[in-house]
Design a protein around this ligand. Structure first.
Ligand SMILES: Nc1ncnc2c1ncn2[C@@H]1O[C@H](COP(=O)(O)OP(=O)(O)OP(=O)(O)O)[C@@H](O)[C@H]1O
Ligand SMILES: [Mg+2]
Length: 509
């Protein structure tokens, strides 16, 4: 009902041009017709498309400018709504654009409203002022329920109430046309409609995610067992493993919002963010911030809104925002290289994060806090901000263990983990992984098994990042002890981070 109410309000308030981006032309038109009828007095409704011109008269056939002229000339007795179906294709045309701007002025002082229906969101900058965007959201639970009942009646099937609920839930977030397709496919495949339609519906959702181009399903092969160290972070995540269940809701727990993992390169931030999804057995969606930016005016914002909608439709899920600092570098620093698009996109995401109550858990990572807009770190955005430091000796041992037991599950005891951990001071997790694989290459070259010695040798060839980027690391550690975040490991916590900070100045030479 929200859509109809909003449209009614815009029409009553004389908004001249309303742009509805939706692939669901038919559903949108039904709703527009409802709004037209329910006005007092009822509003006349005129439909135009490129092939037929105005319905009934054929005026403006193959000629959008003529159609717009017709709207200007029209002198209806009462209020009127003009719906144009293909106009979006002509918005770049100078005649059409100019005509629209002039028409907008005229429409504001009349009781006529122009509605542009378009499957895409593309508004040229010179029209941005005249046009108001109204989103048609996917159907509500009630609408889906009604649709399902109609269909069940047609195929003469009775579903269990539980099965029906599950099916409606699986369909949530999809457009009605897609829901109908999926249901029809289920009937065609199984000769009836039952719970077997759920996987078909979920497959439809995956397709939907793919079409957004900014979200992707990320295979979450990583698990908690792949992470060495970071005990506090792991415990925090394990404690919330059941936080998205109905049981947790009944208990009165709100949905967890998200975490931000800030820290030094190669320390397992991305790894931990991804492992969260497998620990919680939730789908992992990755947002490509780069793809969100760019394009025409309004496009990025529309994509952002769509992304949020899809993510919520996929809930419960983990939304992986990797390298947040890179995606939004410069926002808030006064740098407006892209006429504020990234600032607006970022603002939309931040507001959503703050207000969101849905079961979308955001797992974000960042390498530096300097380029990160300050608003991100404010309370209420994330449940917790964790700082991931260079691994301690104990943690390095664990990381060696993770990688060696992956490479040689039966030979773990052959390796001197103590020595490896001791000798690898200043190494991050990625460098430890690299040393192990280097050692394997060296040994394989001589067609023999690799030993502790090989790993030590490989380590001597690696210049750890902590040596070359010591200053950046020290700044991060300094920020971390300022208390705006929580250490991800108890070793770092015990060292008060202070010891680590001074330790960083005397890393192995
Ligand atoms: N704590 C860890 N335990 C086990 N392996 C680790 C750990 N940290 C890093 N690694 C290894 O290093 C690789 C890179 O780690 P990851 O991508 O998570 O680092 P990151 O912190 O996201 O780094 P960046 O800041 O460069 O993105 C992992 O795939 C893994 O092999
Ligand atoms: Mg990373």
């Amino acid at each position: 009902m929200v859509f109809e109410q909003e449209l009614d309000l815009l029409v009553r308030s004389s908004y001249p041009i309303i742009y509805i981006p939706t692939p669901e032309e038919e559903r949108a038109e039904q709703m527009i017709a409802y709004v037209a009828q329910s006005g007092t007095p009822a509003r006349a409704l005129h439909l135009w498309d490129f092939i037929e011109g105005f319905e009934g008269t054929g005026v403006g056939r193959n000629n959008p400018v003529q159609a717009l002229n017709e709207i200007e000339k029209a002198n209806p007795d009462g209020p009127a709504m003009f719906v144009m179906r293909d106009l979006h294709r002509f918005l770049d045309d100078v005649q059409v654009a100019r005509k629209l701007r002039n028409l907008a002025r005229h429409l504001r002082n009349s009781r006529k409203t122009l509605i542009i229906l378009s499957p895409t969101m593309r508004i040229p900058p010179d029209l941005a002022e005249e046009v108001t965007v109204l989103d048609l959201l996917p159907p509500s639970v009630d609408e889906i329920g009604q649709e399902l009942e109609t269909l069940l009646e047609q195929v003469k099937v009775v579903l269990t109430p539980g099965g029906q609920d599950a099916l409606v839930k699986a369909a949530q977030g999809l457009m009605m046309a897609r829901i109908r397709l999926a249901l029809a496919r289920a009937v065609a495949s199984y000769g009836r409609l039952d719970e077997r339609a759920i996987p078909i519906m979920l497959e439809e959702k995956k397709q939907r995610v793919r079409r957004t181009e900014v979200l992707e399903f990320w295979p979450n092969a990583e698990t908690m067992e792949d992470i060495g160290g970071l005990d506090i972070l792991k415990r925090w995540l394990e404690q919330r493993a059941a936080a998205f269940t109905a049981e947790a809701r009944d208990y009165g727990l709100p949905n967890p919002k998200g975490i931000l993992l800030v820290g030094i390169q190669g320390t397992g931030k991305s790894l931990s963010a991804k492992a969260t999804a497998s620990l919680w057995q939730l789908p992992l969606l990755r947002l490509d911030v780069g793809r969100l930016m760019g394009g025409l005016v309004g496009e990025s914002e529309a994509k952002t809104r769509e992304m949020i909608r899809i993510a919520e439709a996929m809930a419960p899920c983990v939304l992986f925002l990797d390298e947040l600092d890179k995606g939004f570098a410069g926002v808030g620093s006064g740098f407006v290289g892209d006429s504020g698009t990234s600032a607006r996109v970022f603002g939309t995401i931040l507001t959503w994060m703050e207000e969101k109550t849905s079961a979308v858990f955001i797992a974000a990572t960042a390498n530096s806090v300097e380029t990160l807009p300050a608003e991100v770190l404010r309370k209420g955005r994330f449940d917790e901000i964790f700082f991931i430091d260079l691994p301690s000796e104990r943690e390095r041992r664990e990381i060696f263990e993770v990688h060696l037991s992956k490479a040689r599950p039966n030979r773990l005891r052959d390796f001197d983990l103590e020595q490896l951990a001791f000798q690898s001071e200043g190494f991050n997790g990625a460098e430890i992984a690299q040393a192990v694989s280097e050692a394997m290459h060296m040994a394989f070259d001589q067609r023999r098994e690799f030993e502790t010695e090989d790993i030590l040798r490989a380590m001597s060839f690696i210049v750890p990042l902590s040596k070359t980027a010591g200053e950046h690391i020290a700044r991060l550690q300094e920020w971390a002890i300022s208390g705006r975040c929580r250490p991800a490991s108890s070793d770092a916590a015990q060292a008060g981070l202070m010891g680590q900070l001074f330790g960083a100045a005397s890393l192995p030479g």
